[in-house]
Design a binder for this molecule. Structure first.
Ligand code: ADP
Ligand code: MG
Length: 692
C-alpha cells in the first residue's frame, strides 16, 4: 500500500464521506490515479465517452452496417481455415439472415465453444466482407436461449492500459451505490434553474435507460449532461469568487491622487492617447482609489500601447505618495520598459530603479537601499524585483507585464512578501470573452480594443523553404534602401543548445550572404549586457539585419524595422507567430512578414499558417487558436494553476456559463453551506490552485 499517497488523499478529501476508494488493490488504484481518480466522487464524475446498446437484439437482416449492434444466432457452420491465414470462421444464423464471425486470434476453448448448434450473442460492427456479411473480432459469448438482455445502455469510459471497461464499470457502480449523491444545490435554486437532480443525472449518464437517445447522450446535450456541466462551471465560478472575496477583504493603500506627476507625464507624451487607452486608464484609476487591492488584467493586442497605460497608473501611485514596480518576464523586455519609463519619468525628477541580472552588485545594493528607503518611487526589473532581499518602503502598485509567462511560483513570491499592493497584469494574448469569464472570473478585465492611428497593416507572405534565395534577395534590396529587418531562427524544441547552434549557423550563413550589410545576432544564451547592446545597436540603426531567436517575441519595440522573416514558421504556435509578427508594422513604413515553411506540413501546421495568413486581429487569432488547442493548453492552465474543466467547455456552453456566473454570488451570499458542499465535491484541491 502506498502509505504516503493514501494519507494525502485522506487529507484532501476529508470533508467528503467515503473519500477514498475502498477495497481496491494498489495496482488498480495506481491505474485509477492515472485517470485522475482518487476518490469515490472522481469515479462518479468519470463520465462515459460513448455508449453501446446491449438492451436489444437486431434481427441480422435489419442491423445497420458500420454501427455497433448486438445480434444473436446459432452457429450453423464452424471451421478453422488456413488461407489466406489461420482463422476461425463461423456462420451464424437467426430467423432473418446470417453473417460470418471471423476470429484471427483465438484459443482452443473458443473453437470448442463455437461448435455447430451453439447460440451466440455478438456485439460489434457488421461489414461487407469477402465471404458476405461479417463481424471480425466482435465481443461475443455463448448464451442460452432467451438469456436476459442488459437493462441499461452500456457506458464506454476513457481508460488506461490494464484497466478494463468491465472493471471500471464495476467500480463506478459500487461508487454510485456507496457515495452520498445528495444535491449540493438548494432545492429551490435547482427548480428555478430547471436543472435535473444531481443523483438522477449521474445515474442517467452511467446507466442510461434503454430508451435513451444515443445521439443525445453522445452530443452531450441531454439535461443530465447539462446538469453536470453546470455544476462544474459553478464550482469554478465559486472558487474564483471566493478568492476574489478573500482578496477584497485585505486592505490596500488608497491611491486616489492624479496630481502633478500624472499631468506632467501626459504633457510630455509625444502622442495623444486613443479613446480605448483613455477608457482603461480611467478604469484602473478608479480601482486604485479603492481601499482593497486591484486585481485587473489589461488586455491589448500587440502594439496597442499598454506601456503608457501602465506608466499612468504608476504616476497615480506616486502622486498618492506610494511606490510602484513594473516587472517583465525577460531581460530584453524589462530593459525596454526601463528605458521607456526612465525616459518619461526621470526628466520629471523621478528616480527609476533598475533591477536585473545585468546590474552590478554595487549598483544593485544602492538601488535596494533607495527602494527600501522609499527614495526610488519607481522600480523596473525582471522577477529579480521580487526576490527576498528586495524590500519596498511603501509598495502601492505592482505591474506585471505578459503575466501568463510568470508561473504560480513567482506570483506566490509577491504574495508571500506580505505585500498587498494593487496589481495590474498586462497581456497581449487576448483571451476570448467566454474563456476570460470562465478562467479569469476573479480578475477584472480592461481591454484596449483599438490600435494607435497611423499603423500600416503588415503584409504576410507564406513562402516555401525552397524559395529561400528569393527571400534573401528581397532582404538585401530592402536593407539597401535603409530599412531594417529581423530574421527569426527556427524553434528547436529538443534543446536550447541545438537552438543556439541553429541560430549561430543561420547568422554565419546570412552574414556571408550579405557582406555589405551589418548583421547582428541576439539569442537567449547571451549575457544580459551583450543582449542589451545588440538591441540598442539595432534600435539606433547600426545593425541592418538582426538574426534572432524567439527572445524577441515579447514586447520588443523598434519602429524602423519593417521586415521580418520567420524560418520554419510551421513549428511555431499561433500566438507566438502573432507576437513575432507584431514586432514589425510599428512605424510608418509598409511592413512585410515572410513565413518560411518546410514541407510536408502536418494538418495542424497547415491550419495555423492559414489562420495567421488570413488574420491580423489578435482576438480572432486567439479564438481560432482556442478552437485548435482546447482551453487547457491555450491558457497553459496546468502551469498557471487554473482549475481545469473536464466536462464543460466555456465556449460551447456559454449559456450554462452565464447561468453559473449569475448564480455564484447569490449562493455565496445566501447558501454558504451549499458552497462548501459543492466545492468539496468538485474542486477538493481548489484552495491550493488558487492560493496565488
Ligand atoms: P504593447 O501594447 O504591445 O505593449 P507598446 O506600449 O509597446 O505596445 O506601444 C507600442 C508603440 O506605440 C510604442 O512605440 C508606443 O510609444 C506607441 N504608442 C502608444 N500609444 C500610442 C498612441 N496613443 N498614439 C501613438 N503611438 C502610441
Ligand atoms: Mg508591451
Amino acid at each position: 500500500m502506498g502509505g504516503g499517497e493514501r494519507t494525502e488523499r485522506i487529507e484532501t478529501g476529508q470533508d467528503v464521506p467515503d473519500a477514498v476508494i475502498h477495497g481496491v488493490p494498489k495496482a488498480i488504484r495506481d491505474k485509477l490515479a492515472k485517470l485522475g481518480i482518487t476518490r469515490d466522487f472522481d469515479l462518479i464524475l468519470h463520465l462515459p465517452l460513448r455508449y453501446v446498446d446491449e438492451t436489444h437484439l437486431y434481427p441480422i437482416r435489419e442491423a445497420p452496417l458500420h454501427h455497433t449492434v448486438q445480434v444473436e444466432g446459432v452457429v450453423v457452420q464452424a471451421e478453422v481455415r488456413f488461407r489466406p491465414r489461420r482463422q476461425l470462421v463461423c456462420l451464424i444464423e437467426d430467423a432473418t439472415g446470417s453473417l460470418y464471425l471471423r476470429l484471427i486470434h483465438f484459443y482452443p476453448n473458443q473453437v470448442k465453444a463455437l461448435q455447430t448448434g451453439a447460440r451466440v450473442r455478438l456485439l460489434g460492427e457488421i461489414r461487407q466482407g469477402f465471404l458476405g456479411l461479417e463481424m471480425v473480432h466482435p465481443q461475443f459469448r455463448v448464451v442460452k436461449e432467451a438469456a436476459p438482455l442488459k437493462e441499461n445502455l452500456t457506458p464506454v469510459y476513457p481508460t488506461t492500459a490494464g484497466l478494463s471497461q468491465a472493471s471500471l464499470r464495476a467500480l463506478v457502480a459500487k461508487a454510485l451505490a456507496r457515495a452520498d449523491l445528495a444535491d449540493t444545490l438548494p432545492e429551490g435554486v435547482r427548480r428555478e434553474l430547471e436543472l435535473m437532480e444531481f443523483s438522477a443525472a449521474v445515474r442517467y449518464l452511467h446507466e442510461p435507460p434503454p430508451d435513451a437517445s444515443l445521439a443525445g447522450l453522445e452530443a452531450r446535450d441531454h439535461p443530465a449532461w447539462q446538469r453536470l456541466k453546470f455544476d462544474e462551471l459553478l464550482a469554478q465560478q465559486l472558487s474564483m469568487r471566493r478568492h476574489a472575496q478573500l482578496r477584497r477583504s485585505r486592505g490596500a493603500p488608497v491611491l486616489n491622487r492624479q496630481g502633478e506627476l500624472t499631468a506632467r507625464l501626459r504633457a510630455r507624451l509625444p502622442f495623444r492617447l486613443t479613446a480605448a487607452q483613455e477608457r482603461v486608464v480611467a478604469e484602473i484609476a478608479r480601482d486604485l482609489a479603492q481601499p482593497h487591492p486591484m486585481h485587473r488584467l489589461l488586455q491589448g493586442d500587440v502594439g496597442s500601447g499598454k506601456t503608457v497605460v501602465a506608466a499612468l497608473a504608476c504616476a497615480q501611485a506616486m502622486d498618492s505618495g506610494w511606490q510602484a514596480a513594473v516587472m517583465a518576464p525577460t531581460e530584453i523586455l524589462a530593459e525596454q520598459h526601463y528605458r521607456k519609463l526612465a525616459d518619461w519619468f526621470e526628466p520629471l525628477g523621478v528616480r527609476v530603479a533598475w533591477l536585473s541580472a545585468s546590474v552590478s552588485r554595487k549598483e544593485r545594493a544602492e538601488w535596494l537601499r533607495l527602494i527600501a528607503q522609499g527614495e526610488a518611487p519607481l522600480a523596473v526589473g525582471t522577477h529579480a524585483l521580487f526576490q527576498e532581499e528586495v524590500e519596498f518602503a511603501r509598495l502601492g502598485l505592482a505591474v506585471v507585464d505578459e503575466q501568463h509567462r510568470f508561473g504560480v511560483a513567482q506570483r506566490l513570491a509577491l504574495h508571500n512578501k506580505g505585500m498587498n499592493p494593487h496589481q495590474l497584469m498586462m497581456s497581449a494574448t487576448p483571451i476570448p470573452r467566454t474563456l476570460a469569464m470562465s478562467y479569469y472570473a476573479d480578475l477584472d478585465l480592461s481591454v484596449i480594443d483599438e490600435l494607435p492611428p497611423g499603423r500600416t497593416p503588415v503584409l504576410t507572405k507564406l513562402v516555401d523553404e525552397s524559395r529561400r534565395d528569393e527571400v534573401i534577395a528581397r532582404i538585401r534590396a530592402a536593407c539597401r534602401e535603409g530599412r531594417q529587418a529581423y530574421w527569426v531562427c527556427p524553434l528547436v524544441e529538443e534543446s536550447e543548445k541545438l537552438q543556439l547552434k541553429a541560430a549561430q549557423a543561420t547568422y554565419a550563413s546570412l552574414a556571408a550572404s550579405f557582406p555589405e550589410l551589418r548583421v547582428g545576432l541576439v539569442h537567449g544564451r547571451m549575457g544580459v549586457r551583450e543582449k542589451a547592446e545588440v538591441m540598442e545597436a539595432f534600435k539606433a540603426g547600426a545593425i541592418d539585419l538582426l538574426v534572432a531567436t524567439t527572445v524577441i517575441e515579447v514586447g520588443v519595440d523598434v519602429p524602423n524595422a519593417s521586415l521580418m522573416v520567420i524560418e520554419h514558421a510551421e513549428r511555431m504556435g499561433l500566438s507566438q507567430l502573432h507576437q513575432l509578427r507584431g514586432r514589425v508594422g510599428r512605424g510608418a513604413a509598409a511592413s512585410v512578414c515572410i513565413l518560411l515553411y518546410q514541407q510536408p506540413l502536418s494538418e495542424t501546421a497547415r491550419a495555423r499558417l492559414k489562420i495567421i495568413y488570413e488574420s491580423a486581429d489578435g482576438f480572432e487569432i486567439a479564438r481560432q487558436d482556442l478552437a485548435l488547442r482546447g482551453p487547457g493548453e491555450f491558457l497553459g492552465a496546468r502551469q498557471s494553476g487554473l482549475p481545469m474543466l473536464r466536462i464543460a467547455d466555456p465556449t460551447a456552453d456559454e449559456a450554462l456559463m452565464q447561468a453559473a456566473r449569475d448564480l455564484a454570488p447569490r449562493l455565496l451570499k445566501r447558501h454558504p453551506e451549499a458552497v462548501e458542499r459543492h466545492l468539496s465535491r468538485w474542486l477538493p484541491q481548489a484552495e491550493e490552485y488558487m492560493k496565488a
